[in-house]
Write a protein that binds this ligand. Structure first.
Ligand code: NAD
Ligand code: UGA
Length: 459
């Protein structure tokens, strides 16, 4: 897998993992629908590629010139395993094409998917300005009977909100939340655990469900309010689960237990399971942080105090502090002017996404405390000078990042960090101290090599 090729991120690999080895043939089969997808980001691109893979005629609109031109060049603007091949396959078969104008994708389409951002607003609520703008843009050109699908994560009442903006009684607005994870978006899109469709009109719901029939996944049809709630409740549950295990890791440190064995012992209970119980530097990314805040806000607006979720959010803030404290105390509180090596900047492995990344947040806190931070991430070029990385020196590899460092902090669980030459790391460092905020290294092996090893919840 290579992440850097001629200045853009690309991937090799295959997406043919779910019965998708059908013969390539030009054009869409009879009965195929025409689908407009608005927004070619982490959700819109996999959605467009999946629908095109299932034989529908997909027109993907992207207004950002950088992203649009990348697509026109036959590349993709994000790091996502297997997605490039799937996109190229759609283009080659003639079922996927790109436009820069949302109206061009919407006009004449049977379905129009909104996959635009819903960032956090100043008061914590979801900012619907992109959704509103697209609804205003495409509303007048929609063909009669078209179905608008809110795939963006939107709060309760958003289907009605979009309906009001479009202001036409010959159009249906349906909620179809997306549950894919970055890093496994292709797999998740082809094999979703479930398809949720919320609609007031059962016929419209059935038609949207039918688009994804090729996945063979369970279909849950409900009203729009319930569908919108399902999305936020799912992300809030996942965030709470990670906050819970991070708290258990803290408990393990206090009592001298090993969290990995605690998870093993808990996870065999099928009601608990093993998923989402990896302690780390706190949950981040473009969705869990903003969606949990939005749900707290949504609940408050409806007169409900979601104190459990507020606790999970507060616990997550403490987790970020905890990793910084571990780094500072490993330096006997002398961090000013000290070199710290940071391994990983993305919010998780398998993506180039650094939005609300705990790794970036922690690196910047270390910079704020006066440390000289040298970082390496496989998706970040050396000498990168992005705004979110102000004060962080981006390096070409792990060895450069740890050169002269008095502590190295592993913040993203990139597989390659498990396989570095730790003897080389040791000799490059000023002092062999590693804080493994992802618990990806073997403490015994690290100690035998002469490292001071600090993990998360490992006694
Ligand atoms: P993103 O920022 O990666 O992509 C959104 C794209 O929409 C951008 O490329 C932007 O330029 C484009 N866009 C905005 N307005 C447009 C317009 N008028 N016409 C054409 N293009 C336009 O965002 P994302 O991560 O794909 O998230 C989109 C939505 O999906 C959000 O609501 C998010 O919460 C939700 N979601 C995201 C994920 C994820 O893993 N990232 C998973 C599930 C749900
Ligand atoms: C998450 C959800 O998992 C998706 O179902 C959802 O569609 C998506 O948000 C969304 O709405 O955008 P994603 O943001 O890609 O997907 O990332 P996750 O795999 O959920 O991880 C979120 C954060 O939790 C990351 O920072 C990750 O490192 C952390 N995490 C996750 C842990 O620290 N421990 C775990 O065991 C799992």
């Amino acid at each position: 897998m290579t992440y850097r090729e001629s200045g853009t991120y690309r991937e090799s690999g295959t997406y043919r993992e779910s019965g998708s080895n059908r013969e390539s043939s030009k054009g869409a089969p009879a009965g195929a629908s025409t689908v407009g997808v608005i927004g070619a980001g982490y959700v819109g691109l996999p959605t467009a590629a999946t629908l095109s893979h299932f034989g529908h005629r997909v027109i993907l609109a992207e207004s950002d010139p950088g992203r649009f031109n990348t697509l026109l060049r036959g590349e993709i603007p994000i790091v996502e395993r297997g997605l490039l091949e799937m996109v190229r396959d759609g283009v080659d078969r003639g079922t996927l094409r790109f436009v820069s104008d949302a109206t061009e994708a919407a006009r004449g389409s049977d379905f129009v998917f909104f996959c635009v951002p819903t960032p956090q607003g100043v008061d914590g609520s979801a900012d619907l300005s992109y959704v509103e703008a697209v609804a205003k843009e495409v509303g007048p050109v929609l063909r009669s009977g078209a179905i608008v699908v809110n795939k963006s994560t939107v709060p309760v009442g958003s289907a009605s909100f979009v309906e009001r903006i479009i202001g036409r009684d010959d159009i249906h607005v349906v909620s179809n939340p997306e549950f894919l994870r970055e890093g496994s978006a292709v797999h998740d899109s082809l094999n979703p655990d479930r398809i949720v469709v919320g609609a007031d009109d059962q016929g419209a719901a059935a038609r949207v469900g039918q688009l994804f029939a090729g996945t063979g996944s369970p279909l849950i049809v409900t009203d729009t309010t319930t569908s919108e709630t399902i999305k936020y409740a799912s992300n809030a549950f996942l965030a709470t689960k990670v906050s819970f295990i991070n708290a258990v890791a803290g408990l393990c440190e206090a009592v001298g237990a090993d969290v990995r064995d605690v998870v093993l012992g808990m996870g065999y209970d099928k009601r608990i399971g093993f998923e989402f119980l990896r302690p780390g530097p706190g949950w981040g990314g473009s969705c869990l942080p903003k969606d949990t805040q939005a749900l707290v806000h949504m609940a408050e607006s409806a007169g409900y105090d979601f104190s459990l979720l507020k606790g999970a959010i507060a616990g997550n803030e403490e987790q970020l502090d905890l990793v910084v404290k571990k780094a500072v105390s490993s330096l006997d509180d002398k961090i000013e002017g000290t070199t710290v090596g940071v391994l990983g900047l993305t919010f998780k492995a398998g993506t180039d996404d650094r939005r609300s990344s705990p790794a970036v947040d922690i690196a910047r806190r270390l910079v704020g405390l006066g440390a000289r931070v040298q970082a390496y991430d496989p998706t970040v070029p050396a000498f990168e000078e992005a705004d979110d990385l102000a004060g962080v020196r981006c390096c070409a590899d792990v060895y450069e990042a740890v050169a002269g460092a008095r502590v190295a902090v592993v913040l993203t669980e990139w597989d390659e960090f498990r396989w570095v030459d730790f003897e080389k790391v040791k000799s490059a460092m000023d002092r062999p101290v590693v804080i493994d905020a992802r618990n990806i290294l073997d403490p015994g092996a690290m100690k035998r090599m002469g490292f001071t090893y600090v993990g998360m919840g490992r006694g």
